[in-house]
Design a binder for this molecule. Structure first.
Ligand SMILES: Nc1ncnc2c1ncn2[C@@H]1O[C@H](COP(=O)(O)OP(=O)(O)O)[C@@H](O)[C@H]1O
Ligand SMILES: [Mg+2]
Length: 415
């Protein structure tokens, strides 16, 4: 409801978020149209629908929710809150809701904010006010960071953690229609470029070894767009120089990415350096990938115990056992693995060399190369788990089984 008297030149660009509006009147729809055409919105994905709050409720029953939902409504009193409640039930917990109404009423404003609505704006809608309001939600000093960081760690070279990081990052971008940055921290030999068949001129090294501060504008120049929602920071994969990474550089990159993109996926090399330790200690989610052999077990236990200790207030590392069946006679069975680690495996992936090899040789993710392969669902389930976004109905609509469904409940917004 604020009437911000902000000079338009001071308004900062909106980060790489998704915004969907559901208007009721042509006037508000016109304002949303000029909003989405504004230069400060170039990074964001905006969709403009009609139908107001009712259309939004129907829409999100079968679709993933964006970062921001804007609903125009003429409803008042109990009917308004009833509809907002229904909307909350189909929205992800992180989704911010902006209501556009016609009543300039402080009591109503307070009630809506208490209910969990992020902002109430009285029509007519001023485009600059809307840009300012949304910008503040994500960039104000006390705002929750927009992005979630997910680090993938291998317990032994060749376990498959890069394969996992890449397929999960791709799945997040495909199922949730949300922006993802996938960063290849294996500077000398990383495979993100190869596996997505991309060879951008700029690499993660241009970012990590730059004298300039890594800010959003800098990141924009370095990121390479792979698909509509997936952006890559590939490795130089060259030995022309050596790479001695500084913790501060890695930190600055992740911090900037988290301020401007909903998901940051780090594909880490199999090393235990100060910066790898820093990334896995501070990431929102860590996925440990191991193979079912003795070294895999020993190292997985070391990493798991170490991270449990260091991340006492965070989510536990996720455990993936990969390439099961590669050496049937000698391999360690999943139950024995769980017993030794005193933890449940989140995912077990079979050894399927033809499936993974074909995808790799064609520069495709498994979901592109063989969409019907059962492992594609496993990647999607892991994507749902590490993002905390369980778009159950959307996944079900796409005919997916969710092996983790019983562990996951769809978070509800405040009511
Ligand atoms: N489940 C699997 N079945 C068969 N091959 C796999 C599987 N997972 C990964 N691979 C293959 O193993 C190789 C090493 O994988 P990679 O992800 O680079 O490992 P890491 O990053 O842990 O060193 C790649 O060629 C990849 O295609
Ligand atoms: Mg790797």
């Amino acid at each position: 409801m604020e009437n911000n008297d902000t000079g338009s030149s001071e308004i900062r660009p909106i980060p790489r978020i998704s915004i969907q509006a559901f208007c009721e009147t042509d006037k508000v729809q016109g304002s949303i149209q000029s909003f989405l055409e504004d230069r400060r919105l170039v990074r964001a994905h905006v969709k403009n629908h009609m139908g107001g709050i009712r259309a939004a409720i129907e829409f999100y029953e079968n679709a993933p929710t964006p970062n921001v939902v804007i609903v125009e409504t003429a409803l008042e009193g109990e009917a308004l809150f009833e509809h907002l409640n229904n909307l909350a039930n189909v929205c992800d917990v992180d989704t911010r809701v902006i209501v556009i109404g016609s009543r300039n009423d402080v009591e109503l404003y307070r009630k809506l904010i208490k209910f969990g609505v992020s902002e109430y704006i009285v029509a007519p809608l001023n485009t600059m006010d809307l840009i300012h309001t949304i910008g503040e939600m994500f960039t104000a000093p006390d705002a929750e960071p927009l992005g979630r960081s997910i680090a993938f760690l291998s317990t032994k070279g060749g376990s498959g953690s890069s394969t996992l990081a890449q397929n999960v990052a791709w799945s997040i971008s495909e199922i949730f229609d949300n922006e993802v940055v996938l960063a290849d921290f294996d500077l000398a030999g990383g495979t993100v470029g190869l596996n997505f068949n991309q060879d951008p001129a700029q690499t993660i090294a241009d970012c990590l070894f730059s004298d300039q501060k890594i800010d959003e504008t800098f990141l924009d120049r370095i990121l390479s767009k792979c698909t509509d929602h997936l952006h890559l920071l590939t490795a130089p994969a060259s030995l022309e120089r050596t790479y001695d990474l500084k913790v501060e550089a890695a930190d600055q990159l992740i911090e900037t990415a988290q301020a401007s993109v909903p998901y940051f996926v780090a594909d880490l090399p199999c090393q235990w350096t100060p910066w790898v330790e820093h990334i896995v200690t501070s990431a929102d989610e860590v996925v440990i990938c191991a193979t079912p052999d003795l070294a895999g077990l020993r190292n997985a236990k070391n990493y798991y115990d170490n991270l449990i200790q260091k991340r006492q207030t965070d989510t536990k590392p996720r455990l993936v056992l990969n390439q099961l069946g590669r050496s049937k006679e000698t391999e360690i069975k999943p139950a024995a693995f769980e017993e030794a680690l005193e933890a449940k495996l989140d995912l077990v992936i079979p050894f399927e060399p033809a499936l993974f090899g074909t995808a790799m040789n064609n520069g495709l993710m498994v979901g592109e190369s063989n969409p019907k392969a059962p492992v594609v669902n496993d990647f999607k389930s892991l994507a749902a788990l590490v993002t905390g976004r369980v778009e159950v109905s959307a996944l079900e609509k796409k005919g997916l089984k969710l092996p983790f469904l019983d562990m996951l409940t769809r978070p509800k917004k405040a009511s």
